[in-house]
Design a protein. Structure first.
Lengths: 119, 114
């Protein structure tokens, strides 16, 4: 079946522009996660949804970052007034159920990421 | 606080050599999960294995094997008879039972040379 998809794959923005990054999770997956990966680093958590509810947004670096998942499926990560330090790869992951404790349902599967470059 | 350390930044091996990628973790929780992911040049993180803290059995899957040692807080990954297609960045990650976000190490870049 189809995996997690993200669009666009590449985005170049001028400093100060707003951007929107889209994530289509695996069909039927309840949990959705956003991570930020700086060059040469491991992914770092941004925010987490269970269905349409945003349960944890502790990793969002500033109030310029906003995420939503209004119908519990597709999610959008929006960055307002982009800065150069926002340049990174933004990864989306989904799992069938993030809190079950079962290896079959709470493993996170990742999309290919969106590489954002802010000039 | 949780932390994952992958001390090896880059490793180069010649094809058919065996290679071990190290992972050391820190957590105060008694129940937790450990993962390995592969990130090829395409950028997508590919899930390889998950291990929970109650299961210290080592696992083998084809050329891949994992050695989980709770006493030393390590979860090392060995590739036997490496191939060029194994070239990628490998990440070790940790997750609490209750907290769903993954905590990643900085990754080890493996280059397998033909």
């Amino acid at each position: 079946g189809a995996g997690v998809s993200q669009s666009p794959r590449y985005k170049v923005a001028k400093r100060g522009q707003d951007v929107a990054l889209r994530c289509d999770p695996i069909s039927g997956h309840v949990s959705l996660f956003w991570y930020q990966q700086a060059l040469g680093q491991g992914p770092e958590f941004l925010t987490y949804f269970q269905n349409e509810a945003q349960l944890d947004k502790s990793g969002l670096p500033s109030d310029r970052f906003f995420a939503e998942r209004p119908e519990g499926s597709v999610s959008t990560l929006k960055i307002q007034r982009t800065q150069q330090e926002d340049s990174a790869v933004y990864l989306c992951a989904s799992s069938l159920d993030g809190t079950s404790g079962s290896p079959f349902t709470d493993t996170q599967y990742f999309g290919p990421g969106t590489r954002l470059t802010v000039l | 606080a949780q932390k994952v350390t992958q001390a090896q930044t880059e490793i180069s091996v010649v094809e058919k050599e065996d290679v071990t990628l190290d992972c050391v973790y820190e957590t105060r929780d008694t129940t937790y999960y450990l993962f390995w992911y592969k990130q090829p040049p395409s950028g997508e993180l590919v899930f390889l294995i998950r291990r929970n803290s109650f299961d210290e059995q080592n696992e083998i899957s084809g050329r891949y094997s994992w050695n989980f040692q709770k006493s030393t807080s390590s979860f090392n990954f060995t590739i036997t008879a490496s191939q060029v297609v194994d070239s990628a960045v490998y990440f070790c990650a940790l997750r609490n039972y209750d907290n769903t976000p993954l905590v990643f190490g900085k990754g080890t870049r493996l280059s397998v040379i033909a």
